[in-house]
Design a protein around this ligand. Structure first.
Ligand SMILES: O=C[C@H](O)COP(=O)(O)O
Length: 250
C-alpha cells in the first residue's frame, strides 16, 4: 500500500516572513493527518526558516532544485549537502518551468536525481506534455521517454523510494485540471514504464503524483484513481486553508 504524498510547490513565492507564517497557519490544520506525507517546497532563501518552523510538526520540507556536484565553481547553484544540512528531505527536479525557461534537460534531471538520492534526499521528478503533444496523441510516448531518461542508471531500490509528478504543462496555473481519467491514464503509463525498466515490486512501490491546477474541489476524485498517489500543488499551496483542504482529502 502506497502512502499518499501531497507537496506544495511554492515556486518563486513567499519571503521568509510569509513562508514561516504560512506553515505556522498550516500546521494546526493538518496536525492530525498521519495518513499523508505532507511536504512544502519554499524558495532556497526561505528553506532554513521553514525547516525550523516545521520542527515538531508532521510537515516535511522540500527544495525546488539541486545541483549534481558536491561543491565547486557553480555560481548560483546549491548542492544536496547544503540542503540536508538544513533538514530538507525532498527536492523537486525537472519541473516544466525549469525545462521551458532555464534549459533543464533530461540529462540534468537524471544527474540531479542521482545526487539527491546519494545524499538521502527524496527526488520528486516531474514530467508532462505540452498541449501540442497531447493533441498529437503522443503523450504516453513522450512522458515515458522523460521517465526512462530520468531513471537511467538508478537502482530498483532507489526508484522504489522516489516520487514522480505527472504534470501536464497545459494544466499548470491555467485552471484547467486534467480529467481524472486523463491523469490516471498517464500515471498508469508511468507505472508501466517503471515496471518495464525495473520490476513489478518497484513499480508497485514508486509514488506518482498528479499536478496541474489541483484544488480542494478536485482532490477527492483524483485520489480515487488507483495510480494517483498524491498531488504536486502550485497556486493552491499558497493558502493554508486550500492546501490543508487538499491534504485532508476524503
Ligand atoms: O508544481 C506545481 C505545478 O506546477 C502545479 O501548479 P498549479 O497547481 O498552480 O497549476
Amino acid at each position: 500500500m502506497r502512502k499518499p504524498i501531497i507537496a506544495g510547490n511554492w515556486k518563486m513565492n513567499n519571503t521568509v516572513a510569509a513562508g514561516t507564517a504560512l506553515v505556522k497557519e498550516l500546521a494546526p490544520l493538518v496536525k492530525d493527518n498521519n495518513a499523508v506525507d505532507i511536504v512544502v517546497c519554499p524558495t532556497f532563501t526561505a528553506l532554513a526558516a521553514v525547516c525550523e518552523a516545521v520542527k515538531g510538526t508532521n510537515i516535511h520540507v522540500g527544495a525546488q532544485n539541486v545541483h549534481w556536484e558536491k561543491s565547486g565553481a557553480f555560481t548560483g547553484e546549491i548542492s544536496a549537502e547544503m540542503l540536508t544540512e538544513l533538514g530538507v528531505e525532498y527536492v523537486v527536479i525537472g519541473h516544466s518551468e525549469r525545462r521551458e525557461m532555464f534549459g533543464e534537460t533530461d540529462e540534468y534531471v537524471n544527474k540531479r536525481a542521482k545526487a539527491a538520492l546519494a545524499a538521502g534526499i527524496t527526488p520528486i521528478i516531474c514530467c508532462g506534455e505540452t498541449l501540442e503533444t497531447r493533441e498529437a496523441g503522443t503523450t504516453n510516448d513522450f512522458v515515458s521517454g522523460q521517465i526512462k531518461a530520468a531513471l537511467e542508471g538508478l537502482t530498483a531500490q532507489q526508484v522504489a523510494s522516489l516520487v514522480i509528478a505527472y504534470e501536464p504543462i497545459w494544466a499548470i496555473g491555467t485552471g484547467k485540471t486534467a480529467t481524472f481519467e486523463q491523469a490516471e491514464e498517464v500515471c498508469a503509463c508511468i507505472r508501466e514504464t517503471v515496471k518495464a525498466m525495473f520490476d513489478e515490486a518497484t513499480s508497485d512501490a514508486v509514488r506518482i503524483q498528479y499536478g496541474g491546477s489541483v484544488k480542494p474541489a478536485t482532490i477527492d476524485g483524483l485520489m480515487q484513481k488507483p495510480n494517483v498517489d498524491g498531488a504536486l500543488v502550485g497556486g493552491a499551496s499558497l493558502k493554508a486553508a486550500d492546501f490543508s483542504a487538499i491534504v485532508n482529502f476524503k
